[in-house]
Design a protein around this ligand. Structure first.
Ligand SMILES: NC(=O)c1ccc[n+]([C@@H]2O[C@H](COP(=O)([O-])OP(=O)(O)OC[C@H]3O[C@@H](n4cnc5c(N)ncnc54)[C@H](O)[C@@H]3O)[C@@H](O)[C@H]2O)c1
Ligand SMILES: [Zn+2]
Length: 360
């Protein structure tokens, strides 16, 4: 890998003060071999990066966790708390998370609740976590059969992004992160989206281009979360592709990675907007080829309509009995919050998309 661009750290304002996002070239851990650190690490990362992590893995308090949805469910937390208590955790200690969104959610939730607050640092290792979820303060924990139903707003004190971690990711996990990057660029505007769309293939082969778009994705998200950290207003727009995407994930029994479901979700939002004349067909056609490329591995994946409609009907952004809270592109292609009747016509358009619109 060539040498990457040296960027100034990105500074993010939050209700708990300012925090820093640093970019590094290699897998490199600074100032963090301390007696008062508790490491929470993706088991797979501990395996793939044994050498870089060798000192850390010998620290007194290391919690290795397999990155699965069931491991970020509430019933697993007593074991995590027990480990930390056994290792004499105190309020002035620090949690250090090394992993993707699952390790982030677990650590963030522990940092918010254990002893009413412990500082944490984050080394994101997936593209989705590096380009999107690492900033924005949210933790999301599963409980019973409901995904991401519990959560807090608890930013880390520091984030370090080492692009080297991306070398060991599967293409499908890269596409998942790219899905969220396409989303924020679409929110920024047509020119931003066209720029990343034109460079789409290079994201998989050119680290400098990838680094540029990770940084740009975080800059776009920063502008939104700094205005509305608690997601009561304009941050809602970040749900573009997500209402459809969450229902797709659920209907596919979570076999489609999050960012890829979001990619299908954006395409579906564009299709629905075009069909209802809320948005334009031109916008759907403009974005479709690149979105389709990003979800190509799942293009024929069975997404049963009834399960999909059932899941979207339960979305937490819905209103009243039958109003679906959606983010749809308007006539100018700007993702906009709106409410739609969950009726026969809506269902017919969704059916159309799942049967034909997806594969056109
Ligand atoms: N809190 C938030 O703001 C937020 C935002 C988006 C998503 N999420 C949550 O994040 C989770 C998804 O996270 P994710 O997509 O980052 O992935 P993940 O943590 O689920 O990891 C995906 C897979 O990649 C592996 N992996 C991680 N880093 C690797 C590396 N460098 N090389 C090889 N394999 C690696 C993991 O072991 C796992 O098998 C979901 O639970 C989602 O709900 C949270
Ligand atoms: Zn997302």
């Amino acid at each position: 890998m060539g040498v990457l661009l040296v960027y100034d750290p990105l500074m993010i304002q939050s209700h708990q003060g300012e925090y820093q996002v640093k970019f590094t070239n290699d897998v490199w851990f600074d100032e963090i071999e301390s007696e008062t650190n508790h490491y929470i690490i993706d088991e797979k990362i501990a395996d793939c990066y044994q050498e870089a992590l060798s000192k850390i893995l010998q620290s007194p308090s290391v919690l290795l966790i397999k990155a699965t949805e069931s491991n970020k469910a509430l019933h697993q937390f007593p074991a995590y708390v027990e480990h930390l208590v056994k290792n004499k955790v105190r309020r002035d200690h620090r949690f250090i998370a090394i992993g993707g969104g699952i390790i982030q959610d677990i650590t963030c939730f522990l940092a918010a609740t254990l002893l009413r607050g412990v500082n944490w640092w984050f080394y994101p290792t997936t593209l989705l976590a590096q380009a999107d979820s690492c900033i924005g303060s949210k933790s999301s924990i599963n409980c019973g059969n409901t995904k991401n139903i519990l959560g807090t707003f608890t930013p880390p004190k520091k984030i370090t992004i080492a692009l080297k971690f991306l070398d060991t990711l599967d293409r499908v996990d890269i596409c998942s992160g790219v899905g969220e990057m396409l989303k924020v660029h679409a929110i920024e505007g047509i020119d931003s989206f066209n720029s990343i769309a034109n460079d789409y293939e290079l994201l998989f082969t050119n680290k400098l281009i990838m680094q540029k778009y990770i940084r740009r994705s975080l800059e776009i998200k920063k502008k939104i979360i700094e205005q509305d950290e608690f997601d009561r207003g304009i941050r809602n727009v970040m749900n573009y592709g997500h209402t459809f995407g969450h229902a797709i994930e659920s209907a596919a029994d979570y076999k489609i990675p999050h960012g890829i479901a979001v990619t299908i979700g954006m395409d579906m939002a564009n299709y629905v907007a075009s069909n209802f004349k809320f948005g334009s067909e031109e916008n759907y056609l403009r974005m479709h080829p690149i979105l389709k490329k990003n979800f190509s591995k799942f293009i024929d994946y069975d997404i049963p309509l009834e399960t999909f409609i059932n899941a979207i009907s339960k979305d937490k952004k819905n209103k009243g009995n039958n109003q679906l809270g959606l983010i749809l592109p308007d006539k100018k292609g700007v993702p906009t919050r709106t409410f739609f009747e969950n009726d026969h016509r809506f269902k017919a358009v969704c059916k159309d998309y799942l049967l034909t619109g997806r594969t056109l």
